[in-house]
Ligand binder design. Structure first.
Ligand SMILES: [Cu+2]
Length: 134
């Protein structure tokens, strides 16, 4: 009788732990689209208006993160992808330097980046917007 109660209690504890674990995993894996959790600052800054094309774009992060992908696209006056030169590393980085080999004409630009915050077990990334207006 007593051992039966213990078994039930054990089953209850195990199922409660399993539920808690699956809930926390689900929580970790829900990235919000424009999180940019680890975005600290950038040059050009997010939502900035600058007079001429940057030759280098830098992004700083709050913690070291695994920087995976980045694209530079213009959305106005035309939709187009622009080249960026940068060095990918498997290590976590606190900042990234992106060379802009081709001068950008006036317009609206998006830096679309993605990363993994390994220490938080979730992805990160988002869009940094800037405008070139001479
Ligand atoms: Cu996090």
């Amino acid at each position: 009788m007593e051992s039966g109660n213990n078994d039930e209690m054990q089953r209850y504890i195990i199922s409660t732990l399993a539920l808690g674990l699956s809930l926390s995993i689900a929580g970790f894996q829900t990235p919000s689209a424009n999180a940019q959790e680890m975005y600290d600052s950038s040059v050009p800054a997010h939502n900035s208006v600058i007079k001429k094309s940057p030759s280098v774009i830098t992004i700083k992060f709050m913690e070291g993160i695994y920087f995976k992908e980045v694209r530079l696209v213009s959305t106005e006056p035309e939709k187009k992808e622009w080249p960026l030169n940068w060095k990918k590393t498997e290590k976590n980085v606190f900042s990234i330097s992106l060379k802009v080999p081709k001068p950008l004409p006036p317009g609206r630009y998006e830096i679309q980046w993605s990363a993994d915050v390994r220490q938080h077990y979730h992805p990160d990334g988002g869009v940094i917007i800037f405008t070139i207006k001479p």
